[in-house]
Design a protein around this ligand. Structure first.
Ligand code: SF4
Length: 306
């Protein structure tokens, strides 16, 4: 059970709660994978629950959440199950959220996106060379997933993990931000995630807050209206401010997760903080001070029957 802010998703039903589900396997092979015990497993050695799509939806209803999040490992590798479950969830008024690397081909992409309401796509770098060396994958299909999702009306937010010396140069970050503004719109939230040494990149240092600030400033300078910090706790840049007058509009209280999700005693999503409190100060989706329109999907939060 997670707040939607943990995914991170900041502009879709702030304060909504999700049932988060994952399995094992991934179609990428990232050197820094924080969930490698799930992503690289074939599943034989992991404790699993067998569930049918309708049982998942029933569990979500019982837990009184507003949506189901497909996360931890890559949802694309179990897209068929997600399709069946998301359709049933949508019928019950629940949204479906993908936490994805976006690396999916034309045929399956559209079908999956048509029953997805919200997604966070990890853009892992902004060169084909980076994707080849660090993820054993390609950048171009990932970018296409983002633009197709936008065209289909899916709410999309982007995460960019800043890895020291590998994808965090000013020039690469600038080109990524320019692509966001040109191809996704300036209103697309961008979460700059702090790298921590892990797995096959355990030799690198943790990313500095100064580098996050540099990326944030570059994003602002090229026109991204809602850049954020991610993978950190207690930073002002996890709040939403009016891009016109600077008024505080959504306040988020982040904190370290103490109750970790563990698989075989190893934590998954270990660097993702959670959010205990979300305070919304928007007035009819506009800044209460200057009236600037703020694109946040508020939607009807489903009330629990119990
Ligand atoms: S896409 Fe995510 S789950 Fe897959 S290998 Fe990369 S970091 Fe791990």
């Amino acid at each position: 059970m997670d707040p939607i802010e943990k995914k991170p998703i900041f502009h879709y039903r702030p304060g909504a709660r999700l049932l988060s589900l994952g399995t094992f396997g991934c179609n990428m092979d990232c050197l820094n994978c924080q969930n490698y015990n799930l992503a690289r497993s074939k599943g034989e050695d992991l404790p699993c629950n067998d569930m049918r799509p309708e049982e998942v939806v029933q569990l979500a209803v019982e837990k009184c959440v507003q949506g189901i999040g497909w996360t931890f490992n890559e949802p694309i590798v179990w897209a068929e199950f997600i399709l069946d479950t998301a359709k049933e969830a949508n019928r019950k008024g629940l949204f479906s959220l993908l936490n994805t690397n976006g690396f999916i081909g034309d045929g399956a992409r559209e079908e999956l996106l048509r029953c997805t309401q919200v997604m966070n796509v990890d853009v892992k770098g902004f060169t084909e060379e980076f994707y080849k060396k660090n993820c054993n994958a390609r950048l171009e299909p990932v970018l296409e997933t983002c633009t197709v999702a936008k065209t289909l009306g899916v709410h999309v937010e982007l995460t960019y993990l800043l890895i020291p010396g590998l994808n965090d140069s000013r020039e690469v970050v600038r080109r990524f931000c320019e692509w966001v503004v040109d191809e996704m719109t300036a209103d697309t939230p961008v979460h700059f995630f702090r790298f921590r040494p892990f797995y096959k990149l355990a030799n690198l240092p943790a990313q500095t807050i100064e580098k996050l600030k540099e990326a944030y400033d570059i994003a602002k300078s090229v026109g991204v209206r809602f850049p954020y910090y991610a993978g950190v706790v207690g930073e002002d840049r996890q709040n939403t401010y009016c891009p016109k007058c600077g008024e505080l509009l959504i306040k988020r209280a982040s904190q370290e997760v103490t109750d970790k999700v563990c698989v075989k005693k190893t934590e998954v999503s270990r660097f993702c903080p959670t959010f205990s409190d979300v305070e919304i100060m928007l007035r009819d989706n506009a800044c209460a001070r200057c009236g600037e329109h703020i694109p946040v999907v508020s939607g009807q939060i489903r009330k629990c029957a119990r």
